[in-house]
Design a protein around this ligand. Sequence first.
Ligand SMILES: [Zn+2]
Ligand SMILES: [Zn+2]
Length: 354
Amino acid sequence: MIMYVGIFLLQLTGSLQGVIIPDVNKEPGAEQKFKEIGNAYEVLSDDEKRSIYDKYGAAGLRGAGTGMGDYGNPFDIFESLFEGMGGMGGMGGMGGARAGRNRPMQGDDESYNLVLNFKDAIFGVEKEIEITRLESCGTCDGSGAKPGTTPSKCNTCGGQGQVVSSARTPLGVFQQVMTCSTCGGTGESSTPCNTCGGDGRARKTKRISLKVPAGVDSGSRLRVRSEGNAGRRGGPPGDLYVFIEVVSDPVLKRDGTNILYTCKVSYFDAILGTTMKVPTVDGMVDLRIPAGTQPGTTLVMAKKGVPCLGKPNARGDQLVRVQVEIPKRLSGEEKKLIEELSNLSKLKTANSRR
Ligand SMILES: [Zn+2]
Ligand SMILES: [Zn+2]
């Protein structure tokens, strides 16, 4: 009887960590399957190979002289493995860093929704925001143990930090060694700290000053490094993601880095030309309407738009659409003058035909 025994370290969405010892002797093709899984483990366990894999795929690893055979995405292999085990959920955590027992774990990212007014989003602003996140507990200094107490051996796992469970899969019965949930894999049990309940972290609010760059828009996301939740067991903190929503302006519409505006011009101003004041993000600015401007014309006010995100010296334009107003009613005198104009125009046309 052939027995293939491999040991796999897994991280499942940060919560379940375990070692799987497969006990396979039934299904055909199981040998090949476990060679594949063995390779997958190699990729997962070795940060350097992992980064090569991420960049170049399996071909990169063969090129790197690891002597690996052909196989697909190692995460796919794990995925199908866990599908077989049923109800394990997604493998969303597989992309994260490997975490063995007692290893420091990076804190989770935290998010914050920031609503900005129209002009602050365009020109940038410095905002003080109050965030709530997990910080290292000051009472126990992050250890989770009540100060002054000494830890004892965990009763659940007998100090091993792991417990064994079995799961039936299409590949056979898996002996699964899971991190002990009682002690979290430390093998020790300690009197929990009163402040944080043993987690080593506590929720706290903090005010941070946030520099919002010019040119952000609804849907922009800012990352503030290391301002997320504190890590566990001395791990680094996560990041803070600030999601931006911009309140729209009743008059000026934003279209990327351009500003759209519609101005109404009387028919004689459109015919004769004029200069009018129009609102822009810089305040009221003179706009020249050239003589003979056609209805629906778009006039460009160069560099009156939104600064480009990351390139504050580059700016979009304000695009002004000209709406020509035709009067619905005329006074007697106006009507007479328009009729005169009309006759003049007919005469001109007749003359030009001669
Ligand atoms: Zn504490
Ligand atoms: Zn334990």
